[in-house]
Design a protein around this ligand. Structure first.
Ligand code: GTP
Length: 241
């Protein structure tokens, strides 16, 4: 079967790499993710990836404990780079070339993010892993994912999470919460639905970037979405309320 998309931006939370651990990187989980990403790449899909850093360090919670917010955010950016290198290694071991591009200068570690170069890498069949968020404090890696998706002209932003999609309420707190198949950006903003932060949603809305929120912990989900299966929650313009 043919892939539905030609170019995607996959957002992985840092926690997606920790598996059942409470901290850090589980190599078996990274290998599993790499397998799934490579499988989709072999279907001819160009893939950009943004990874969070929450498995290593969270700027916001650091600031709750007295750490300067900006310092915490820079620590978080460095954490994303550690995750990028881990995923790069796992993907390249499966024979697919990758490039890590960083939003902050760390030239001994990774090349700088240059939009035109990123697009060339994708066209040449390299998986591009974007590190260090947007390079600015106060912006989340979800916002970085929306930004990079728009910059590289991705057709869709696939947000891999630990849950099946977006619910009407927190399913753990409220048993009547339903999974939404589709929702529009404005509803997400107005109801404060926990999809992505408002900056990421606004940026996606302004640029008509579709978002699909899905459970990355379930093996095979990524491929199923690429094949056009309606999984998770789609955040689009004028979706059902
Ligand atoms: P093409 O020009 O399309 O062939 O791309 P390329 O990435 O293969 O060429 P380039 O010569 O730029 O890069 C060769 C290798 O060096 C790749 O693995 C890059 O990721 C890496 N590289 C390029 N620039 C930098 C940099 O500034 N820092 C680091 N650490 N690596 C870099």
């Amino acid at each position: 079967m043919d892939a539905r998309y030609k170019r995607i931006l996959l957002k992985l939370s840092g926690e997606a790499l920790e598996g059942d651990k409470e901290f850090g990187i589980d190599p078996a989980v990274v290998r599993r993710l790499a397998n799934e990403i490579v499988e989709v790449h072999r279907m001819g899909v160009e893939i950009g990836i943004v990874i969070g850093g929450g498995n290593i360090f969270r700027g916001v919670s650091g600031s709750k404990h007295g750490l300067d917010r900006v310092t915490g955010d820079y620590m978080g950016m460095l954490a994303t780079l550690i995750n990028c290198l881990s995923l790069q290694d796992a993907i390249e071991k499966k024979g697919v070339p990758t490039r890590v591009m960083s939003a902050i200068e760390v030239k001994e570690v990774a090349e700088p993010f240059i939009k035109r170069k990123a697009v060339r890498h994708l066209e040449k069949g390299r998986i591009v892993i974007f590190g260090a968020g947007t390079g600015n404090p106060f912006f989340t890696t979800d916002t970085a994912a929306a930004l990079r998706a728009v910059e590289i002209n991705a057709e869709v932003l696939l947000k891999g999470t630990k849950v099946d999609g977006v619910y009407t309420a927190d399913p753990i707190m409220d048993s009547s919460a339903n999974l939404l198949k589709q929702v529009d950006y404005m509803t997400v903003l107005e109801r404060g639905l926990k999809v992505m932060d408002s900056t990421a949603i606004s940026l996606s809305m302004e640029n008509n970037l579709d978002i699909i929120v899905f459970n990355i912990k379930k093996k095979g989900n990524l491929k199923r979405i690429i094949l056009g299966e309606e999984l998770g929650t789609k955040v689009i313009k004028g979706g059902k309320r």
